[in-house]
Design a protein around this ligand. Structure first.
Ligand SMILES: Cc1cc2nc3c(=O)[nH]c(=O)nc-3n(C[C@H](O)[C@H](O)[C@H](O)COP(=O)(O)O)c2cc1C
Length: 228
């Protein structure tokens, strides 16, 4: 698949088939994705790839935690969404619920859908990306570049997955309870878990996968200099 086609085709997938993803394919995707550039070639990323019983253990623990505790991700959640960001996220939330046929008033179904997110939408595999705490927390200051570099790897993974006919969704939801991931996957305290990427074959019969998110027009987000 051409790169431009993969970029065009990639979109967040929130319903997966149960078919497993062959380990050989996952390895090809991850190995190539790690060709991503990084600040001073620091390559600050580390990955944990979970499937099967291990992933199910994580899903169940996440659902139990959600009933008892507030999320506590290693990279803090966004506190405020100024405009235009707030409108954009509300539009997304509304469209997803509409496609799932869940009304705003239906608290039970909304809770079910939130738990589906915590279960990574039943994807057969999740790739967790993490970094070293000592590189991110530098005294009183935060070094944000390792998180940025992880984003480059995540982007590569999602595009490569698309070219293999796989679907993905980047998920803060998958890392909301990092202590669960530390325990089940044996990730030490010295690591900060940045993001999970749910990956699997898309269930195209589920209407939620029809969602095509909008983008602000090029002219509204770019200014061009010295071209005339
Ligand atoms: C850092 C990051 C975290 C995200 N976390 C979630 C998440 O927890 N749950 C979810 O359903 N989608 C999540 N997304 C997916 C975004 O909602 C999605 O990328 C955005 O709506 C644009 O849609 P598209 O990916 O289909 O182009 C996340 C995306 C990124 C980049």
């Amino acid at each position: 698949m051409e790169l431009a086609e993969a970029i065009h085709k990639r979109k967040s997938i929130r319903a997966f088939k149960s078919d497993p993803v062959p380990k050989a394919i996952l390895k090809e995707i991850v190995e190539l994705a790690l060709r991503a550039p990084s600040y001073d070639d620091t390559q600050p990323w580390e990955l944990a790839v979970a499937t099967g019983k291990k992933l199910e253990e994580i899903r169940q623990a996440f659902v139990e935690k959600a009933a008892a505790e507030e999320p506590n991700p290693d990279i803090p959640l966004v506190r405020e969404f100024p405009q235009p960001y707030d409108t954009r996220r509300r539009v997304l939330g509304r469209k997803v619920l509409e496609l799932k046929g869940i009304s705003r008033e239906d608290r039970e179904k909304r809770l079910w859908w939130r738990l589906q997110g915590l279960r990574s939408f039943e994807a057969p595999c999740v790739i967790y990306i993490y970094i070293d705490r000592s590189f991110y927390q530098q005294g009183d200051a935060l070094n944000l570049w390792p998180v940025f570099d992880c984003g480059l790897v995540a982007g590569n993974i999602m595009l490569l997955a698309t070219s293999y006919g796989l679907g993905t969704v980047a998920q803060i939801q998958a890392v909301l309870y990092p202590d669960v991931l530390r325990k089940v996957l044996g990730i030490p305290d010295s690591k900060l878990i940045v993001l999970g990427i749910a990956i699997g074959y898309p269930n195209w019969d589920d209407p939620v996968n029809q969602l095509r998110s909008e983008r602000a027009p090029l002219d509204s987000v770019s200014t061009w200099y010295g071209f005339d």
